[in-house]
Design a protein around this ligand. Structure first.
Ligand SMILES: NC(=O)c1ccc[n+]([C@@H]2O[C@H](COP(=O)([O-])OP(=O)(O)OC[C@H]3O[C@@H](n4cnc5c(N)ncnc54)[C@H](OP(=O)(O)O)[C@@H]3O)[C@@H](O)[C@H]2O)c1
Length: 393
């Protein structure tokens, strides 16, 4: 990794909703004060306004910070940006649309790149296209470093390490708890979701290219996949909608590489979103089918991105959640695991006989970052905002 550069970190897309929070977090963090960092985006005027707004919010003058003009439509500006820093934190999405040029420039310049993408088609395409070259130039390229998919990827890993024996199956359930004023997501996430759906069919093919033998990996005995996409979860007393997209692909890739490295048999991992009322997941299914159909055509895709609130019944909006909504919202990832104790681990003769339950709690779903994967690679660990708790064995 590049050692001597003008900056340690450049936040690209600082003017956006997520970028704004990244800037705020860095500006407030004592740990980040050790690093030289700057902001980048396509408008210097907007970058200056972001610095002023964040400065006002945290009571610090950020006017002396460097603002760098860089536009994804202008590769020379991206190259110039990548040359000046050790790490680019990229929040310019949808990544399927805007991400590749930034990755390419970082790879060519040996610059580490961390993004907030949850778009698996994009993340895996970058891996397929740039993995070898990134190895040659020493650039770390890390996708999905946000709410999607850090808590789940770390959670599965942690659960495996805490389980005394052989873990066979994990059921992950995400519960989101809005605050007193409810919650809505920013349009950037909606745009990414639309572009992900538009590429869903291509994604299946691409995945095969990345992990050709994935479907023939050894499986855990005596456990099977959930048959129904909607089910009642007794322990949490909620309705769960199976959502084996996004985080699950990250867990799959981690398990795939662990199998290739150590011969580990993958754990059967499934994930759902939990709701109090049955009506919500039923409504979501119909809405998601509608968005999927409309995402296949350019005109309707643009219509949905232009009118997010109308097309999502108020779930997404161009102004994102208010600060109060963001501050009050909480999430919990529940992990229910089953497996065998040490005595049966090597040769289980019946269904799993040992359980583990773990929960991971954290703030909101968007306005915070987990720098864990890259911070381990690059710097000292940033302070975590999330707590993992093993509840019972
Ligand atoms: N994985 C997760 O959990 C997670 C969480 C939050 C967000 N995200 C993802 O992060 C991305 C950003 O979301 P957001 O809500 O922050 O979106 P946003 O508010 O719309 O911000 C988009 C940013 O991209 C910039 N941009 C657009 N076109 C550009 C160009 N040609 N050159 C340079 N910059 C350009 C915008 O700059 P201007 O201000 O100049 O328009 C803005 O700074 C989305 O893909 C979203 O899905 C993921």
């Amino acid at each position: 990794m590049a050692q001597k550069r003008e900056f340690d970190i450049i936040v690209f897309g600082a003017t956006g909703y997520t970028g704004h929070y990244v800037v705020e977090t860095l500006a407030k963090s004592e740990e980040a004060a050790k690093y030289r960092w700057a902001v980048a985006g396509r408008s210097i005027l907007k970058l200056r306004k972001t610095l002023d707004d964040v400065g006002l919010l945290i009571g610090r003058n950020l006017r002396t910070m460097t603002a760098i003009k860089a536009d994804v439509e202008d590769e020379a500006s991206l190259n110039a940006m990548a040359k000046r820093t050790r790490l680019v934190i990229n929040t310019v999405g949808p990544f399927i649309q805007y991400g590749e040029a930034v990755v390419r420039c970082c790879v060519e310049n040996g610059t580490a790149h961390l993004d907030t993408s949850g778009e698996q088609y994009y993340i895996e395409r970058m891996q397929l296209k740039y993995h070898t070259r990134a190895g040659e130039t020493g650039a770390f390229i890390v996708g999905g470093s946000s709410f999607a998919s850090v808590p789940v990827d770390i959670g599965v890993d942690l659960m495996k390490s805490k389980f005394d024996g052989r873990l066979a199956q994990i059921e992950n359930i995400l519960r989101i708890k809005p605050g007193s004023q409810g919650y809505r997501f920013n349009v950037g996430t909606f745009s990414s979701m639309i572009h992900m759906m538009a590429n869903m069919l291509l994604y299946r093919k691409q995945r095969h290219a990345l992990m050709p033998d994935f479907d023939s990996l050894p499986a855990q005995p005596f456990v099977s996949s959930r048959k129904l996409p909607l089910y009642k979860q007794k322990q949490l007393n909620c309705w769960c909608l199976l959502s084996n997209e996004g985080d699950k692909q990250v867990v799959d890739r981690t398990q795939y590489s662990e199998h290739r490295r150590n011969g580990d048999v993958p754990v059967l991992y499934e994930q759902s979103i939990g709701f109090k009322s049955l009506l919500v997941p039923l409504g979501l299914v119909f809405w998601a089918i509608g968005v999927f159909i409309l995402s296949q055509v350019g005109v309707t895709r643009r219509f949905m991105e232009t009118f997010p609130r109308l097309c999502s019944f108020g779930m997404f909006s161009a102004s994102g959640p208010t600060r109060q909504q963001a501050a009050e919202a909480r999430f919990t990832h529940w992990f229910f695991g089953r497996g065998w104790g040490k005595a049966d681990a090597s040769n289980p003769t019946g269904p799993p006989n040992k359980k583990i339950i773990m929960r991971c709690d954290g703030p909101g779903t968007q306005p915070f970052m987990f720098f864990l994967p890259t911070s381990h690679l690059l710097f000292d660990t940033f302070k975590r905002d999330i707590d993992f708790l093993v509840i019972c064995f």
